[in-house]
Design a binder for this molecule. Structure first.
Ligand code: HEM
Length: 123
């Protein structure tokens, strides 16, 4: 039986494994490695804070994801298939590592945010 997501260390594990997949992904990896040229040393801690805040209401995220993805879409067009693929990779990563209430919640939250982001970024 897999453990549920309990704390920041679990979030860090999830985010690290997820972005390991993203970096080499044939469909959306280039947004990170070529379009945005992400500095992983900076991006990963931002993502730990983002997800920790979502699951545990820590109040430690003050970024603007909607704007970031809107800017990204201006540089290189994002489409619904990209978002669906992002969600598949995210869900697969969660299911590989965790199971339980928090694991279900984080997948649902990701799905909802992706839906809003898609309308905001692509508008
Ligand atoms: C096809 C889908 C997606 C792509 C290609 C993508 C790509 C990116 C890239 C390249 C960045 C770095 C931007 C930069 O620092 O200049 C970024 C930041 C970020 N992404 Fe995504 N993303 C996608 C979907 C999502 C979804 C669905 C979520 C949330 C559920 C999300 C959450 C974030 C957050 C929180 C940041 C940091 C924002 C900040 O620094 O304020 N992304 N994304």
């Amino acid at each position: 039986m897999k453990p549920d997501i309990k704390n920041r260390a679990d979030i860090e594990k999830l985010v690290n494994v997820f972005y390991d997949k993203i970096k080499t992904d044939a469909e959306i990896g280039y947004f990170f490695t070529e379009v945005a040229r992400v500095d992983w040393g900076k991006h990963l801690p931002i993502m730990y804070n983002f997800w920790e805040n979502i699951l545990f209401s820590t109040g430690n995220f003050d970024g603007n994801p909607m704007l970031k993805h809107k800017e990204l879409n201006k540089k290189s067009k994002l489409n619904p298939t990209h978002f669906l693929h992002w969600n598949t990779l995210f869900n697969d990563t969660v299911d590989e590592l965790f199971a339980g209430e928090r694991a279900t919640e984080i997948k649902q939250r990701a799905k909802n945010i992706a839906a809003v982001m898609m309308t905001k970024a692509l508008e």
